[in-house]
Write a protein that binds this ligand. Structure first.
Ligand SMILES: [Zn+2]
Length: 146
C-alpha cells in the first residue's frame, strides 16, 4: 500500500461542495476503507466525500497510428500459373494434331497450335476480329489470326 492507512482525522483531498474546488478535507467518517464524510479544512463544511476526479486521459490520438498497410501477399506468379496450366493441358495435347500457326488462319478455342517460336499452344480465347490468346509453355501470348 502506498497510502498511509486512512482513518477519521486523516487529511484527504476532496471536491468541496461549497468551495467548488479540490480542497484538503479531514475525514469525519469512514466505513471500512471507504471515506464517507469529510470536513473541508477551508470552509469547515461537512459533506459526503467526493473523490477527486482524475482528469480523463486525452483521447488516444486518433486511434494511435494509422494502420500500416500490410504488404499484400504476393500472388502466385502468373507466369508460373500459366506454366502449370500449360503442363496440365499438355497431357492431352497431340502434337500431330497441332495446327501450324498462320496469322491468316481462323482458330477456335481449344485448338492446338504449333508456333515456330513458342512451340505448342492451346487457343484459350478468340478475340474478334483477328486476335487470339494462346497458352504456350512460356505463358499466354496474344497472336494475330485470321
Ligand atoms: Zn470547502
Amino acid at each position: 500500500m502506498l497510502n498511509k492507512q486512512l482513518s477519521a482525522g486523516s487529511i484527504v483531498e476532496s471536491q468541496c461542495t461549497r468551495c467548488r474546488q479540490i480542497m484538503n478535507h479531514t475525514i469525519v467518517a469512514m466505513v471500512g476503507e471507504k471515506i464517507v464524510r469529510v470536513e473541508c479544512n477551508t470552509c469547515h463544511g461537512t459533506h459526503a466525500y467526493h473523490p477527486v476526479k482524475v482528469p480523463k486521459a486525452p483521447i488516444a490520438a486518433r486511434d494511435g497510428q494509422r494502420k500500416v498497410a500490410e504488404p499484400r501477399k504476393t500472388k502466385a506468379d502468373p507466369e508460373a500459373a500459366a506454366r502449370a496450366e500449360w503442363a496440365a493441358l499438355k497431357a492431352g495435347m497431340d502434337p500431330a494434331k497441332a495446327i501450324p500457326y498462320d496469322m491468316n488462319r481462323k482458330f477456335c478455342v481449344n485448338n492446338l497450335v504449333s508456333h515456330p517460336n513458342f512451340g505448342l499452344g492451346i487457343v484459350q480465347a478468340v478475340i474478334p476480329p483477328n486476335k487470339m490468346d494462346v497458352l504456350f509453355q512460356d505463358g499466354k501470348k496474344r497472336l494475330r489470326c485470321g
